[in-house]
Design a protein around this ligand. Sequence first.
Ligand code: NAP
Length: 486
Amino acid sequence: MSGPELPRVGGRPIPTELLIGGDRVAAADRFPVIDPATGAVLAEVASGSPADMIMAVDAAAASGPDWAATTPRHRSEALRRAYELMVEAADDVARLIVLENGKTIADARAEVAYAAEFFRWYAEEAVRLDGSLGRAPSSGNRILVTHQPIGVSLLVTPWNFPAAMATRKIGPALAAGCSVVLKPASDTPLTALAIGELLRAAGVPDGVVNVVPSRRAGAVSSAALRDPRVRKLSFTGSTEVGRLLLREAAEQIVSCSMELGGNAPFLVFDDADLDAAVDGAMLAKMRNGGQACTAANRFYVQRAVADEFVSRLSTAMGRLRMGSGLDPEVALGPLINSSAREKVGELVEATVDAGARLRAGGRAPGGDGFFYPATVLADVPGGAPVLAEEIFGPVAPVVAVETEEEAIALANATEYGLVAYLYTGNLSRGLRLAEALETGMVGLNQGLVSEPAAPFGGVKQSGLGREGGHAGIEEFMEPKYVAVAW
Ligand code: NAP
């Protein structure tokens, strides 16, 4: 089945070849990109080989020193132009994201705005790079510290935010003076290729940004990580793959920033504003149809308000219209592929078999596309796999809890530690509990934490390092200390 025509982005057709050294490079192999709403093939994209990846590292290594030597103002202005071009092309990029990822057009527009902000934020950070001068405590020496770009960076991104996960890495890398090779997810390579074109149009020199889609993710990233010129790996994806890449990066002692999986708890206390908690739950659970690392994965609600919360959440979930994300009336698009849908269906069935009550959804429709309805599970027994695994789908399991201590203990009983959400009417209780939660981020009476100016990232097995904010650019720089006396 062949799909709809692809949008042009900023007036340009979307390339389907590799982007290496400013050239569109054909590959011996190609792979199909599928529209998850229909199963139709959208395009056949070049699949980079390990040799292609080394060619991209060659291009990044060759262009790196000149890029690093440009002034911060020069890099800032290139990123600013990229921001402006992306905002101008926002409708095209959003449509492209809907086609290859399946999310709703509203979610895709929000993603493009968020993604473009990383170019603007790092355009502003590029000219705020500072160092320090201190004095050694026991000698006359001065401690002069500057920061230098870390070097050629391998960026590996997932399919769930095909634009934002790329710009969240490219923005700070370019601002710091690094050249990059981006390996996007094979489910969504077109958005990455379109962003590569926007960066060229913004005046980023050939070779500074290379894009190598591939259906051989393991082989191409291994080739890059074995190459001693690659000094940085910035990865966003599952904890399982992150662990493999950390092992490989150890061989050449490559600096790693890892944004990995999550299992976000969503806590509602009996003093919370329930309307706000349900609105926040819908946002935290349903952005991207639940396919977000920050998605609320487990709801722990204090017993006095649990039934009311479940009832209001089930009504809100049951109202969501499901269908193609291109239809502006649709609030829930398909999952990314058929195996994702199978996994979500199996988790729901196992939870119902274990004794949970189905309050909304729970049955996948027939027909084309990888759809699964908004689902609420109440009275979920402790120990159910749905509470331990990343669901990555529109399913909300709710557990009633008695006390604050019980809620915090359950929230922390996971190897993940990306984000937690917490609803209470008492701000000091909220701040106290935010400190007790073992996560890198907390949404306090907020269902959305993503913000380009804030440090995004997790603790425990959810990752290493931070993206966004000032912390994001530091991941692409090495401090240089000069001992000097005068
Ligand atoms: P994934 O399977 O780990 O894939 C992520 C990237 O790694 C893709 O480009 C993928 O390529 C590549 N990859 C897969 N296997 C590999 C291997 N053996 N060696 C090297 N690279 C490999 O994750 P995903 O399914 O795309 O994304 C969902 C996951 O990402 C979830 O766990 C989610 O929580 C996490 N995530 C985290 C954040 C965060 O900021 N913490 C943000 C978004 C998503 P292919 O596509 O070709 O397989």
